[in-house]
Design a binder for this molecule. Structure first.
Ligand SMILES: Cc1cc2nc3c(=O)[nH]c(=O)nc-3n(C[C@H](O)[C@H](O)[C@H](O)COP(=O)(O)OP(=O)(O)OC[C@H]3O[C@@H](n4cnc5c(N)ncnc54)[C@H](O)[C@@H]3O)c2cc1C
Length: 181
């Protein structure tokens, strides 16, 4: 993590410097509309005929009990140490990347994918070849009947159905992102 920060930490300042050189003003703070052509940020009022909203996206709610206990990809990237077991909810490209990375680094990883295969929007042949070569600590479950995430001390239990569950786990939601955030 410390090593990662040596190259990620300087990036915001470098970008701000580049914007300034290009003549782009960067203001820091939560922006809100005060009228159809007016934005207020950090006590400054800005007016413009056209305003572009580019406020990103947030994860789609899972709609399961205990979902507030489930982390997101942002938290994965900030982990100080790799958990022994990880459950990834969702089987898109972020889950594919993180699961392989974590499994290669020694974690036991379970992917809960509601579709019938990983990476449903990618070429099926390529996905098949990738899956064949996945590390053995990586276990994808397709169309699981997962129902809840339950906190147990420092651990999290992901309940799949009436009888089975995954314990001693960090659960991370790697599902689609939605709307402005
Ligand atoms: C784990 C992960 C891996 C990814 N990997 C890739 C990849 O390999 N290749 C790729 O092309 N894409 C990748 N993506 C997707 C990519 O990150 C997004 O498509 C991209 O960041 C979207 O850019 P954006 O500028 O629209 O939004 P964001 O990058 O989310 O930026 C929006 C910004 O707006 C700010 N903001 C929100 N509300 C306000 C407000 N009211 N006032 C002021 N500021 C506000 C937010 O703080 C944020 O800084 C990945 C995404 C994730 C989550």
């Amino acid at each position: 993590m410390a090593f990662k920060r040596t190259f990620t930490d300087p990036i915001p300042a470098k970008q701000a410097h580049r914007y300034a050189e290009l003549g782009v003003d960067a203001l820091h703070g939560v922006a809100r509309f005060a009228g159809p052509d007016t934005i207020v940020v950090e006590g400054r009022t800005l007016r413009a005929r056209h305003i572009l909203i580019a406020s990103g996206a947030r994860p789609v709610p899972l709609g399961i009990p205990g979902e507030d206990l489930v982390s997101t990809s942002d938290a994965f990237l900030e982990l100080q140490a790799l958990p022994r077991r990880i459950v990834l909810i969702g089987g898109g490209y972020v889950a594919a990347e993180f699961s392989h990375l974590a499994a290669r680094a020694g974690a036991e990883v379970t992917i809960l994918q509601r579709a019938e295969r990983l990476l449903p929007h990618f070429d099926p042949d390529l996905v098949g070849w990738l899956t064949e070569r996945s590390p053995e600590q990586l276990d994808p479950l397709f169309r699981p009947a997962y129902g809840a995430a339950v906190g147990e001390g420092q651990h999290l239990r992901v309940v799949l159905d009436q009888v089975s569950s995954l314990t001693d786990t960090s659960a991370l939601a790697m599902h689609a992102r939605l709307g402005a955030g």
